[in-house]
Design a binder for this molecule. Structure first.
Ligand code: PDD
Length: 283
């Protein structure tokens, strides 16, 4: 039986009930996070908490940095209660603007945000890491605040479904002829030996994994260039990889049915990946 956290209580998942008036349900009016747990230790908690607090502040949900910080002990309790202190897990955290009669504008002051967290067992895919994944390109028609991790994920849902229907893992989002990121990952392209990735802006999520991947690249002497990559550069690149909390790093070996490079994970990708995994697993 899974125990989840909902509004201050630890309850069996089947008993965790949210109002149909919840603004998360009605409007997608909330902010979420996904964190990775390895042997009972949360990877990069401080980074995730900072991003969540920034997101909540940006959309004016009254749940401050101190309250977000307090979710760390909630996560640890969920890990313990669900027998996840060894091996790997992920934790999904969500804070919505709460339940209130439907108005597009904010509910009355004092409406408590809905706070939910759930931990699940996770198994990293060695296959994905070692052999790589297929991707498709997809038009990025998401809104212009992709830097906010809002619960409203229609663009990502449709993109990932297109990938799924094509037998691929990820959809690479193209906006105005430029590669932005994956539907649920950040994307990296090797050009002239350097790792290129879209610069932090309102058009991509500032991925926590992205930060650690770029640091790992620099640590092994790979040049990092935070500049846009065109669709043509993407299709002609010798190596492409993606990174995110539940993907860690995965080489992209096929895009839109065409092999990337020789269709096998490339040397730069492998070096960066190995260095990143050392950081992830604390070795
Ligand atoms: N997705 N870009 C988008 C659009 C994402 O949704 C995610 C994460 C990332 C990678 O961010 P991070 O390294 O912080 O996980 C980039 C999460 C895992 C999800 O939606 O499940």
């Amino acid at each position: 039986m899974t125990t989840v956290y909902l509004n201050g209580a630890y309850v069996p998942k089947a008993d965790a009930k949210v109002s149909v008036d919840d603004r998360g349900f009605v409007f997608g009016d909330g902010i979420y996070e996904v964190v990775r747990v390895i042997e009972g230790r949360i990877f990069a908690w401080a980074d995730h908490a900072a991003r969540m607090a920034r997101g909540l502040e940006a959309v004016r949900i009254p749940f401050g940095a101190a309250e977000v910080a307090s979710l760390e002990s909630v996560c640890m309790k969920l890990v313990a209660e669900n027998g996840l202190t060894s091996g790997e897990a992920t934790i999904y955290l969500q804070v919505t603007r709460g339940a209130a009669p439907r108005t597009h504008y904010f509910p009355p002051a004092g409406t408590p945000p809905t706070v939910y967290a759930a931990a699940s067992k996770f198994t990293a895919s060695a296959d994905m890491r070692d052999k790589g994944v297929k991707a498709v390109t997809f038009p990025d028609f998401r809104w212009a605040r992709c830097d906010l991790k809002t619960v409203n994920l229609m663009g990502a849902v449709l993109a990932r479904q297109a990938a799924h229907e094509a037998g691929a893992y990820e959809a690479l989002m193209l906006r105005d002829g430029m590669l932005m990121e994956g539907a649920a990952t950040n994307a990296f392209v090797v050009i002239n030996g350097a790792v290129r990735t879209y610069p932090l802006s309102n058009y991509i999520l500032p991925g926590i994994t992205r930060t650690y991947v770029l640091e790992a690249a620099r640590a092994v002497g790979v040049r990092v260039v935070e500049e846009p990559v065109t669709a043509a550069e993407l299709h002609g690149a010798p190596e492409v990889f993606i990174a995110g909390t539940t993907t860690d790093t995965a080489p992209v070996v096929m895009i839109d049915g065409r092999p990337v490079g020789d269709g096998k994970p490339g040397p730069v990708t492998k070096r960066v990946q190995a260095e990143f995994l050392k950081r992830l697993y604390g070795r």
